[in-house]
Write a protein of this length. Structure first.
Length: 307
């Protein structure tokens, strides 16, 4: 079974304005409310691919109810810990070519609720896969990532990380199946200002593998993607289009990449599809419905780098 864990979910409010000015009433010309959270997005995309998953994490208040209802509409199984407080609402404002992002902290999570989540994850087995993505809400320390990493090693389930925490480095000795940083996060993890060349990016990914990561998928934004494992180093270019929403592109890329592998596709096809899907979300107001995947795939070039 596939599980997705979002510890700090959100309702994302996407709004579009003719112009957005201070100290006046700005009236939107378009708005859209979406159940969100990085791993929740993965559940939505997997479902669109015909792959079942169970979404877990923490939810609270009327906003938490909305998220569960939206997942239920797609027949996605849920197993959340319900907490006091209100699950956050994030706002993304588009005005012309400018995008403003207002991201809130979320409710404080009690130690009791944290323990309940870990107890749920203790039931996973070697037949399961767990995606852990996104930020932590108030009350949870980064050490929870180490706890989950240890559980993965003890129970044998495949663990996939998409987190920006520096604690990811300390999770690598427990041998996660896959990690997905972007290029900036990869550089930060390695303590360098930037990784610009093919050699630097591949070398950075391989350094994380030397520390314990099984495979590394790096999102490169408008430049495409990089995948590295013990045998392969593959780059893709990105298709051209008007970027509308950058919030969920990486989640989409990760979900489609793993989903295609689950469905039996080879690495090259999985990476091309993942790059196309991530771009499709970037070109959309919210998550892609994957309907333009084939068209976008035609623009993508894949190259193998031997080092």
């Amino acid at each position: 079974m596939i599980y997705t864990c979002t510890m700090n979910p959100a309702i994302d409010l996407f709004t579009e304005f003719e112009q957005f000015a201070p100290f006046i009433v700005n009236r939107s010309r378009q708005e859209d409310y979406q159940a969100n959270g990085k791993a929740i997005n993965i559940s939505f995309i997997l479902k669109a691919m015909g792959i079942e998953s169970t979404a877990t994490g923490f939810l609270g208040g009327f906003t938490g109810d909305f998220i569960e209802q939206e997942l239920a509409k797609k027949s996605i199984a849920v197993d959340f810990i319900h907490v006091e407080g209100i699950t956050r609402i994030n706002t993304f404002i588009r005005s012309g070519e400018i995008e403003y992002k207002a991201v809130n902290k979320g409710p404080e999570i009690s130690e009791t609720a944290q323990n309940k989540l870990l107890e749920k994850l203790q039931t996973l087995t070697e037949e399961d896969m767990l995606f852990v993505s996104g930020s932590l809400p108030k009350g949870i320390k980064d050490e929870v990532f180490i706890d989950i990493a240890k559980l993965s090693q003890q129970k044998g389930f495949q663990l996939i990380w998409d987190i920006s925490s520096e604690s990811l480095i300390n999770c690598l000795p427990y041998h996660p199946f896959l990690i997905k940083p972007n290029d900036e996060e990869l550089a930060h993890l390695l303590g360098v200002p930037a990784l610009k060349t093919d050699k630097e990016l591949i070398g950075g990914a391989r350094e994380l593998m030397d520390r314990g990561a099984g495979k590394v998928l790096v999102s490169l934004g408008e430049k495409g993607a990089l995948y590295v494992d013990e045998n392969e180093s593959l780059f893709t270019t990105a298709p051209i289009g008007k970027v509308v929403n950058t919030a969920c592109a990486g989640d989409t890329m990760l979900a489609v990449f793993v989903g295609k592998l689950i469905q039996g596709e080879n690495l090259e096809e999985a990476l091309i599809c993942a790059t196309a899907a991530g771009s499709s979300t970037a070109f959309s107001a919210g998550l892609t419905d994957l309907s333009d995947l084939q068209k976008l795939k035609e623009q993508i070039k894949l190259r193998r780098v031997v080092m």
